[in-house]
Design a protein around this ligand. Structure first.
Ligand code: ZN
Length: 329
């Protein structure tokens, strides 16, 4: 089904390696800057652009969920068209479940619908927590969020959506009347399966997500950020295998046991690095040992460490593209 959509919409057939960059965009100005940078990153070999939009789009279905400087439709259309002209596949991202606040700022969903909060009324000013989560069992949350998914898929004419889902620490909370006492792995898997059902079932697009909550910190040796200490990891066996797992690791390690684990489970794996060049090289070296079509390539995250008009010159992206393309040749 995905291939049909790819072909129908005139995307390049994507059965080779995925040479990706992930960026966050907050407003029209940033999207315009990114559009201008697309030809330059295409030139060094990038062929997928993951664009994290979250609440920063001028949603029509839910204007109450727009961020402070909503990105306009025309601006996104220009970015998406520029990507296609230069052979990049644009994949929008909407951060689901966790990361519903940052520092003292709570994002629009839980401001407008505080009843969706996994810890309603708790942690004033977000003190004492990392980020808020929405409740995966609130019956009204998915219908709203799915309308936002749909708008992003439509405006980007996308054939995939990244749903985020990293670093979810508040899940199965004692403060949630629906979730308290429930198995965090089952709750996490329910959320994944719900999003998958809408995206892959209803919309016929691919789904990507971060992999950290599917990894057991104790058995993998990863810390509490890049793996789970909160028992969500058993969800790895409760979700569809056609999800693309973005397996992020930002430091140099002797080994990256999550890569063979995700591959053995049957997932496609997209290892994801960040700003340390050495760590990017180590992750690419570790991942390229696996000769399978399900090893997709590499995703360079940026997380504000580089300006959008300097992506093509940024050492981690340049290094990753050089290594991957040498490999390909
Ligand atoms: Zn709940």
């Amino acid at each position: 089904m995905t291939k049909t959509i790819l072909q129908k919409r005139g995307f390049p057939k994507h059965d080779g390696q995925w040479f990706g960059v992930h960026v966050l965009v907050n407003n029209d100005e940033e999207v315009n800057t990114l559009s201008k940078e697309v030809p330059k990153i295409a030139k060094i070999g990038v062929n997928v652009l993951v664009i994290e939009v979250d609440y920063n789009y001028a949603y029509v279905s839910h204007p109450e969920l727009r961020g402070p400087k909503p990105i306009t439709r025309n601006c996104v259309r220009t970015l998406a068209e520029t990507c296609r002209t230069h052979g990049l596949r644009p994949i929008p991202q909407f951060q689901c479940l966790g990361h519903q606040s940052w520092s003292k700022v709570t994002h629009p969903l839980l401001v407008q619908y505080p009843e969706f909060d996994e810890t309603p009324g708790q942690f004033p000013s977000n003190e004492g927590i990392y980020c808020r989560s929405w409740c995966p069992q609130h019956p009204e949350v998915n219908p709203i969020v799915f309308e936002l998914f749909d708008e992003l898929i439509d405006v980007f004419e996308a054939d995939a959506l990244h749903v985020g889902m990293d670093e979810v620490f508040l899940i199965g909370s004692e403060y949630c009347p629906r979730c308290r006492g429930h198995d965090p792995a089952k709750l996490f898997a329910k959320a994944v399966n719900d999003y998958h059902s809408h995206l892959c079932g209803e919309r016929g697009v691919e789904m990507l997500m971060w992999g950290d909550r599917l990894l057991d910190s104790a058995s993998t040796g990863y810390g509490m950020w890049e793996a789970a200490e909160n028992q969500t990891h058993k969800a790895i066996d409760m979700i569809p295998k056609d999800i693309v797992i973005c397996d992020w690791h930002y430091t140099v390690r002797e080994s990256y046991p999550s890569i063979p684990l995700f591959l053995e489970k049957g997932f496609r794996v997209w290892p994801s690095g960040w700003k340390e060049v050495e760590a990017t090289e180590a992750l690419i070296n570790a991942s390229q040992k696996y000769k399978t079509e399900r090893m997709l390539g590499h995703l360079c995250t940026t997380w504000g460490a580089v300006k959008l008009d300097q992506l093509a010159q940024w050492p981690p992206i340049q290094t990753a593209m050089q290594k991957l393309h040498v490999r390909k040749a």
